[in-house]
Design a binder for this molecule. Structure first.
Ligand code: SAM
Length: 298
C-alpha cells in the first residue's frame, strides 16, 4: 500500500482525503525513550498531546512519560491479549476522522514489541500509518559498537532454551554482517556462553547495557573474554542488554584465491606460494595446494 499524505507543516496533519468526502484519521507509530526521558522528539510530544487516543503496550508504564511531560490523553492498553479489541477501537476512531498514536513501553513500537497485527489491519482498511521516529535500542547500540554498520541483521531475542538457541546461532555462523540481539539479564551469561561455543571464542562482540541510563556500559571484546567478564561481575547480569557480534570473516571465493595464487606463483616456488596463499586467505593448505597443482598443470 502506498500512502500519499503530506505532514511537513504540522505534527499531526497526516490525514488524507479518501475521495468519499470523509477524511479518515492517521495512526501514528510513535517512538518513546529507551531510558532517558529526554530522548523524545518535539513532534512525538505534539502528537501524543493532540491525538484522540493513545494505544500503549502498558498504560501504567507509560504514565511515567505522560506525567513527566504533562500529557493528558485517553489511553488504552494494546498488548497480546487485548489485540483484537483494541484494534477494533483504534480503527473506529480512525474511521471517525480522529488520529491515534501507538506507543510501546520503550523505544520504537513493533521492534520486538506489539503492533504488527494492528498496522496490518489499519493498512487493510486503506488508512494511513505514519512514523514518528526516535529511539530504538538496537540502533543506539549499533551506533556506539564500533562494529560494521553498513550491513547488519537484527535477530531480536534468541530462544530461551540452550539447544534451540545454539541451533539458531549455527544458522548465523557464516553470516558476514553484524548481528544484533536483544537479551534478558537472567540469560545473558548462558547466551554468551552459547555464542562462544557455536561461533568461537575469538569472535569480536559488544555488550551494550542500560543505554542512556545511569549504569550505561558498552564493552567490546572477544566473546571468550566477555563470557569471563560477565561471569565474574553479577552487575553485568542486570538491566537491559543488547549483544552485537562481528559478522563472520569472509573466506575468499575461488576466483580471488586463484588470483592470489597466480600472483605468488609468478614470483615464488610452488610450495612457498601455497604457504603464503593459505596464510593470506585462511583456506586450508591442502586445498590451496590442490588448486596450485591444477593451475600449474594448465
Ligand atoms: N521497542 C524497543 C526498541 O525499539 O528498542 C525494544 C523492546 S524489547 C521488548 C526490550 C529489549 O530491548 C530489552 O530486553 C533490551 O534487550 C533492549 N533494550 C531496551 N532498552 C534498552 C536500553 N536502555 N539499553 C540496552 N538495551 C535495551
Amino acid at each position: 500500500m502506498t500512502s500519499n499524505h503530506s505532514n511537513a507543516e504540522s505534527p499531526v496533519s497526516g490525514s488524507h482525503a479518501d475521495g468519499t468526502g470523509c477524511v479518515p484519521g492517521t495512526l501514528y507509530v510513535v517512538a518513546t525513550p529507551i531510558g532517558n526521558l529526554g530522548d523524545i522528539s518535539a513532534r512525538a510530544l505534539d502528537v501524543l498531546r493532540s491525538v484522540a487516543l493513545v494505544a500503549a503496550e502498558d498504560t501504567r508504564h507509560s504514565q511515567r512519560l505522560f506525567s513527566h511531560y504533562d500529557i493528558r490523553c485517553d489511553c488504552i492498553p494494546y498488548h497480546e491479549h487485548s489485540e483484537e479489541k483494541t484494534a477494533q477501537r483504534v480503527i473506529n476512531v480512525l474511521l471517525g476522522g480522529d488520529n491515534v498514536a501507538l506507543i510501546s513501553d520503550a523505544g520504537t513500537p513493533l521492534i520486538s514489541d506489539p503492533g504488527f497485527r494492528l498496522i496490518q489491519q489499519v493498512q487493510d482498511r486503506k488508512l494511513v500509518v505514519s512514523p514518528v521516529p526516535g529511539a530504538s535500542a538496537l540502533i543506539a547500540a549499533l551506533s556506539v559498537s564500533g562494529l560494521a554498520t553498513d550491513s547488519f541483521m537484527f535477530a531480536g531475542f534468541l530462544p530461551a532454551k540452550s539447544s534451540a538457541r545454539k541451533k539458531r546461532l549455527e544458522s548465523f555462523a557464516v553470516y558476514p554482517h553484524t548481528l544484533i540481539f536483544y537479551e534478558a539479564p537472567h540469560r545473558i551469561l548462558s547466551s554468551l556462553q552459547d555464542m562462544a561455543a557455536v561461533l568461537g571464542v575469538t569472535r569480536t562482540a559488544v555488550i551494550a547495557r542500560e543505554l542512556t541510563k545511569r549504569f550505561e556500559t558498552v564493552r567490546k571484546g572477544l566473546l571468550g573474554d566477555l563470557v569471563e567478564w560477565v561471569a565474574a561481575d553479577s552487575n553485568q547480569q542486570r538491566g537491559e542488554l543488547v549483544v552485537l557480534l562481528e559478522g563472520a570473516r569472509r573466506e575468499p571465493g575461488k576466483d580471488e584465491l586463484q588470483r592470489i595464487l597466480l600472483t605468488l606463483l609468478d614470483e615464488l616456488p610452488l610450495k612457498q606460494a601455497v604457504r603464503l596463499a593459505a596464510n593470506i586467505s585462511g583456506v586450508k593448505k591442502n586445498e590451496v595446494y590442490a588448486l596450485a597443482l591444477t593451475l600449474a598443470d594448465s
